[in-house]
Write a protein that binds this ligand. Structure first.
Ligand code: URA
Length: 222
């Protein structure tokens, strides 16, 4: 027996939290009856969400990919990262990277994992190595740590930023807004020439070759 929301999340349909919401919204049926929050089910029960059958006990897979530049973080289309990772599973892309960025992307059929690793409330770190066209100064570094107003509800900040070479920095974020790093540098008129993600949560990309991928363990991520 398993809690209904866990049964739905384990199938890869969505996260546990989203499943709870769907149950509350009366979108989930168990053996044709509208399900109440808090119930448990087993593999013989017929669970549907908005009419779609939820299959139990899917094998959960976790993949680390080194995305090359020029590929988009979508599951279909020309030069999408799915053309690099050919598995017969529908996968969630955990934490997108811009087309011109490269480095670590995680893929999984575990909706709960995808949610936990990317939702701001869990504040999992992401680490990047970036190269600038023109260097910044120590005042700008201080502003990045304090927070920059990018026109979002709250300020955007870097958890840490360290110089590691000429015009080269190691940046750690604990949030993940669209084009966040490029927009933060643009705030001070700086162009990011190269952006590579090297870590998500605890997982370090190491020397995985560009364009290649490996199965990884969930426990190595958070
Ligand atoms: N920040 C960016 O600006 N781009 C990325 O791809 C990731 C983080």
């Amino acid at each position: 027996m398993k809690r209904l929301q866990k049964f739905i999340a384990d199938s890869g349909y969505c996260s546990r939290r989203e499943a709870e919401l769907l149950i509350k919204q009366k979108q989930v049926r168990v053996n044709k009856k509208v399900a109440e929050i808090g119930i448990s089910v087993n593999d013989d029960d017929k669970v549907t969400v908005r009419g779609a059958i939820i299959k139990p006990n899917k094998e959960l897979i976790y993949i680390a990919l080194n995305k090359p530049k020029g590929y988009v973080s979508t599951s279909s289309g020309e030069k999408s990262i799915s053309s690099l990772v050919r598995v017969p599973e529908r996968l969630f892309i955990v934490g997108r990277l811009d087309k011109s960025s490269h480095g670590l992307i995680l893929l999984t059929n575990d909706g709960d994992f995808a949610y936990r690793l990317t939702h701001p409330s869990f504040a999992h770190e992401k680490e990047y190595i970036i190269e600038l066209a023109k260097d910044i100064n120590s005042e700008m570094v201080a502003e990045f740590k304090k927070g920059i107003d990018l026109g979002e509800k709250t300020k955007s900040f870097m958890k840490s930023i360290k110089k590691i070479g000429p015009k080269k920095y190691r940046v750690v974020l604990s949030e993940g807004r669209n084009h966040q790093i490029k927009r933060m540098f643009e705030f001070f008129g700086r162009t990011v020439l190269d952006l590579q993600r090297v870590r998500m949560g605890k997982y370090k990309m190491g020397n995985l070759k560009k364009g290649s991928w490996v199965f990884i363990n969930k426990d190595s991520c958070y």
